[in-house]
Design a protein around this ligand. Sequence first.
Ligand SMILES: Nc1ncnc2c1ncn2[C@@H]1O[C@H](COP(=O)(O)OP(=O)(O)O)[C@@H](O)[C@H]1O
Ligand SMILES: [Mg+2]
Length: 166
Amino acid sequence: MKTFNLTSNSSNQTMDIAKSLAKYLSNSDVIVLTGELGSGKTKFTEGFLSYFGLENEISSPTFNIVNEYLAPQNNIYHFDVYRLSDTDEFYAIGGEEYFEKGICLIEWGELIEEALPFEYIQISFEKDLSQEDTRLLQFQAFGTKYETILDNFNNDIKYILTKGGI
Ligand SMILES: Nc1ncnc2c1ncn2[C@@H]1O[C@H](COP(=O)(O)OP(=O)(O)O)[C@@H](O)[C@H]1O
Ligand SMILES: [Mg+2]
């Protein structure tokens, strides 16, 4: 398993990071977003959607469990599974069927780990206690497909962050 960390110093930077990862993904890819409330999981998703031309369209999935966004080539499913009581409830809403239908971003996805496909990307978000707008993002690839993708993304993003944005 491959991991690396990035530091984001603003919500815009988190969105830029998401956009540059989005470039490598398409239907049937899965990203798990983990981290406490307010750590940036939804902000990341907002940046991800904007790569696909879905700016300012994000709505909170807290009440729906899943929101669907349709881009020309891809469907994007944004989950927040925090309120599901267990994995069975995820199966009951047909959660697994979304994995093949589009790109899935799953906030609190670690809570339904048993239902996740073999290959996925996990991003852990951590607040910095001393700096309000700083977040530590840890990327982990599960499966060789995502090791390659994260290698390429890691090369891009170092360049992008030193240049000060996309
Ligand atoms: N570097 C950063 N990355 C992401 N969000 C940030 C950052 N700095 C400040 N924020 C703010 O923190 C909040 C993150 O909220 P949100 O993305 O909804 O978190 P979560 O979905 O993890 O609960 C937003 O209000 C955002 O503007
Ligand atoms: Mg959220």
